[in-house]
Write a protein that binds this ligand. Sequence first.
Ligand SMILES: [Cu+2]
Length: 133
Amino acid sequence: MPAAMIVFLVSCSWAQNSQSLSRVIEILADHDSRFKMEGQKQPLITAKAGEQIKLRITAKKAKNLNRDGSIHGFTLLRAKDRKPVPDWDFLLKPGIQEFTVVAPNEPGEYVVVCTVICSQDHEGMNMKFVVLP
Ligand SMILES: [Cu+2]
């Protein structure tokens, strides 16, 4: 095998490693239209500005679902003006899904909201997200 090819293969596996090293955050999008995180009374995600994190979201169906089969949504908004954060808009199917995302560069308070009218309690389906400098 030519040396250049070996170098290429090695650098590919490095790139993969750095991806899998991102911190995993486990979230439950539950059947009672609430986001939950183990060990937390009020679910809260904390990340450093620009930090790459992996969201591992388990979704359980509430009363209603979208036509496309989505049972909950997961969208990040800036708290002060509820402006959506780009690339942070996901629809959840039943089961476990993973999303690798990059925290906003602007420190401050954000809020995760559900975007599927999943039940009568849908309006209360949100959680805090804090970006640290
Ligand atoms: Cu929901």
